[in-house]
Ligand binder design. Structure first.
Ligand SMILES: N[C@@H](CCC(=O)N[C@@H](CS)C(=O)NCC(=O)O)C(=O)O
Length: 204
């Protein structure tokens, strides 16, 4: 059986949604980030980076990194494109969020990781938020004229939804992103998403 190390509101949300979508039983393994549970020696053996999510595979091995976890769950549960080009585009979309959108937001949430100079923190946060917002506009463009990021609902949609909730949390004018807002409206109609939003108490 799969298990998910996750934290409410964190980027483990996408995997949490996929596991709920699947209907398969799984072990929810909450990690309390404010209490530092991700920095304990036990947890660092599971993920030396001290981050969530970690997917515990059926054989007990940990799988880290959203790009790998989301594509694996998408394939396992039939929410992933099957032809090679579409699959490459789905990986490209996951990587767009994981390597651009997420790090931009990290400058807002964890600016101390990017400087030793306390005086630089306000401008790092400000620039990070602007970059994050600009990238959400690009996500909005990707959705122009379509219901989902790929031709049907896939793991990319579950992953992208994280960044919608973070935009809400940062009080960005998310409703101005018309395509992303319509995507959000489709997402919250799904029972799995409703369940996770309630469980993690997320702003949508
Ligand atoms: N590249 C990783 C990033 C994971 C990550 O940054 N997780 C955050 C939550 S969104 C975390 O665990 N933060 C705790 C910390 O940084 O101390 C992935 O995409 O899976």
């Amino acid at each position: 059986m799969l298990g998910l190390y996750y934290a409410p509101g964190a980027c483990s949300l996408g995997a949490h949604i996929m596991l709920e979508e699947s209907g398969e039983p799984y072990d929810p393994l909450p990690v309390n980030l404010p209490k530092g549970e991700h920095r304990t020696p036990e947890y660092l053996k599971i993920n030396p980076l001290g981050r969530v999510p970690v997917l515990r595979l059926d054989n007990g091995e940990p799988l880290t990194e959203n790009t790998a976890i989301m594509s694996y769950l998408g394939k396992r549960f039939g929410m992933w494109p099957t032809d090679p080009i579409s699959e490459a585009k789905a990986i490209s979309a996951l990587a767009f969020f994981a390597t651009n959108v997420h790090p931009a937001h990290a400058h807002v949430g964890r600016p101390e990781r990017y400087t030793d100079d306390p005086a630089a923190i306000p401008s790092l946060k400000e620039k990070g938020l602007k970059t994050f917002h600009d990238l959400l506009k690009q996500a909005d463009d990707r959705l122009a004229g379509r219901e989902w990021f790929m031709d049907s609902y896939t793991a990319v949609d579950a992953y992208a939804f994280i960044f919608w909730t973070w935009g809400m949390r940062r009080e960005l004018p998310m409703r101005e992103l018309k395509n992303f807002a319509a995507h959000r409206d489709r997402m919250v109609q799904r029972r799995a998403v409703q369940h996770v939003v309630e469980d993690e108490k997320l702003p949508t």
